[in-house]
Design a protein around this ligand. Sequence first.
Ligand code: MGD
Ligand code: MGD
Ligand code: SF4
Ligand code: MO
Length: 731
Amino acid sequence: MSEIKKTACHFCHMNCGMLATVENGVVTKVAGDPEHPFNAGAQCPRGASALDHLTHPNRINYPLKRVGERGSGQFKRVAWGEALDDIAARLAALKAEYGAETIATTGGTNRTDDFARRRFFNLLGSPNVVHTAPVCWIPNFLTEAASYGWAAFDPEIMGAKCVVVWGHNPGASYLPEMRGLLQAKANGTKIIVIDPVYSETAAKADLWLPIRPGSDNALALAWLHVIINEGLCDYQFIDDWTVGFEELSDRVEEYTPDWAAEKTGISPELIMESARIYALSKPACIQWGVATDQLGRGSSASAQARVALRIICGNLDVPGGDVMPGPHPTFITDWELELNDMLPAEQRAKQLGSDRFKLNSWPGYQLLTDNMLRVWGKSIPAEWFCEANPSTVFRAMATGDPYPVKACIVLANNPLVSYANSKLVYKALKNLELLVAMEYWMTPSAMLADYVLPAASWLERPVMTTTYGVSDWLIASEKAIEPMFERRTDTEFWRELGLRLGQAEYWPWETDEEVFKYRLDPLGLELESYEEFVQCYRMHFAEREYQKYQTKGVATPSGKIELKISIFEQLGYDPLPHYVEPPFSHEARPELAAQYPLSLVAGGGFMPFFHSEHREMTRIRLLRPYPRVAINPALAQQLAIKEGDWLWIETPTGKVKQTAFITAAVAPDVVQAERGWWFPEKEVKDPELMGVFESNINVCVDDDPDTCDELCGSFCSRGIMCRISKVEGND
Ligand SMILES: Nc1nc2c(c(=O)[nH]1)N[C@H]1C(S)=C(S)[C@@H](COP(=O)(O)OP(=O)(O)OC[C@H]3O[C@@H](n4cnc5c(=O)[nH]c(N)nc54)[C@H](O)[C@@H]3O)O[C@H]1N2
Ligand SMILES: Nc1nc2c(c(=O)[nH]1)N[C@H]1C(S)=C(S)[C@@H](COP(=O)(O)OP(=O)(O)OC[C@H]3O[C@@H](n4cnc5c(=O)[nH]c(N)nc54)[C@H](O)[C@@H]3O)O[C@H]1N2
Ligand code: SF4
Ligand SMILES: [Mo]
């Protein structure tokens, strides 16, 4: 018997629609769904390798328990029940001895049903939920939320006269979005790309601003200066809806184009010209990427300046501008499922890093939530938006300071590769009494675990996506087949663990489909089943409303759009945009400048990989067998480097090697290294851990809390002083 299942690819956040052909319980074909609005039938190389991923011989298929030394790679197969019973008993014992806060969890890119993680942790009583959130989306999102009550993360490119693509490269990171950008360009929309690299997206721009890595804050401040001094603002909107314009005007007076030219390497003329294009194109939108979240100390400050640009030019929540969706009014959102009220105040107060990085943790989250509830009736989820700080948590694991963190559940994350300061993360994970990893593969991080549990992937589970729980739409897909072998879904894992730890009354749903149906019921579609929704509707979009500040009000303490952000003031931060020197620039560390003359971009998405994933899949790996570091031809010539030579990349924090990719896409004093590298084919034991310290650029990235974003704790991976040299002999 053959049937077609409506699934969605979950290998990146685009969730392209896929049609899976299932014959006698076996998936025989996966093709792009021509009717799906996101991908219109297309598949990228990752999506096209879905079957390889499903059936790959390296996949974890059964629960594994460590039998040798931690990291020895020796595991034995055990039954799910035995694994869960033992994990639950050990968590209960640790909680009794040290308090629930001794149990942490780390997550990555949020492509799983993370309300379940937060629900479990709230009921357990631990606030120590960690994600890569501070370097992915959060400084921008939360700064916007503090200024106007939600984030305007839905730029309406199609109606815009100008799109500013800021530290973002959809040409490699969001392919369907890139298609939209190209369509807009064909319709006459002006595209400005701000990127130190001549990226796939920069190549299509009308104007490319080759900014010095890490200096975005200076450019945004100078744009504000030009726009305000030249009177290019939307004064009616400013008068009617905002507070703080005068203070803002005074503040940006000092940030002249000449000043910014020194910092950014972009000429004053080009700074002025680009600011005018943005301000005079109405409507316009700013599409930011995570490069701007990865500036370290000044990440939120740079977001503050961009937020002000969008406001004073009147682009907020207007057609063709930066649309602020707000929560979906009817379906049950992630926030509603998290049970944040169950986490007692004294446990919230113990959230690691929340005394210092207050915007992305309980102090800021509470303020934002109070305001959002007033206006929207719902808040943003705690998951991703209210987090323990990674650098603080890894230090607590490694040293016991300020209190011991003894257990960690790593789910959908590869911490040894994804967080800065990989050697510290290694020390932290090695020091744990209990480490559990729920994974597709035996990653370097999973190798250090006591239990490695087999996760079901998107062909084996239903998925409902709501963009980190903050979009006003959802897309749903069904599983093509039952999970193969003994793989289980992540939600099932949290539920089963919860049942063993006295949480039974809070986990009434036995399957993922049941939870999803419960979430959809308020839509009033009279559904018989979740599958019916997928077959008949598949997605749901709230009706689009613009300028919601007029009808709903603004979810800020003043009820106005705040150019001077009062929530920042309440938390003890500067409420106005201001300049913060990037922590590892030559200006910040002049004593090291001569030794490390270059500037490193430690990341940037690239095809065909997704972060640290897919290295074991031959079809994908053949497209990029080794890590590459981009260097300018002049630098290559100066150091006698040939294409493909192995090079050391060295920062004051560490050194790794990647192969030379000689290209004029980077300036002579800039190098761009790939992120996410480890080698599944290498030695499966400690301390080699499949080469995780050889080419993984996060060995070279520092996470010293003093260098992290003051509000959100983001580490700095852009504009790090570095040097390169040829690897000699067998080094
Ligand atoms: N230097 C530097 N560091 C960075 C970045 C950078 O640009 N430069 N980027 C940052 C960003 S934006 C992010 S989001 C993070 C990414 O950090 P991670 O999310 O850790 O990155 P991945 O490599 O995708 O790791 C996810 C792991 O979870 C597994 N997995 C994937 N999906 C699922 C699932 O649904 N369930 C389960 N149980 N497991 C799953 C995969 O096999 C993989 O091993 O890295 C950050 N780190
Ligand atoms: N192929 C692929 N796609 C992905 C991912 C992946 O790993 N691989 N990861 C997914 C995830 S979790 C995320 S968060 C997104 C991230 O995707 P994006 O938001 O596009 O962010 P990045 O890919 O980190 O970098 C975007 C651009 O920023 C530039 N850049 C680097 N440093 C600076 C700087 O200092 N200033 C400015 N202005 N620009 C700079 C880089 O050269 C790059 O072209 O991609 C998602 N999509
Ligand atoms: S862009 Fe590629 S990896 Fe991302 S969802 Fe679409 S097919 Fe999957
Ligand atoms: Mo990300």
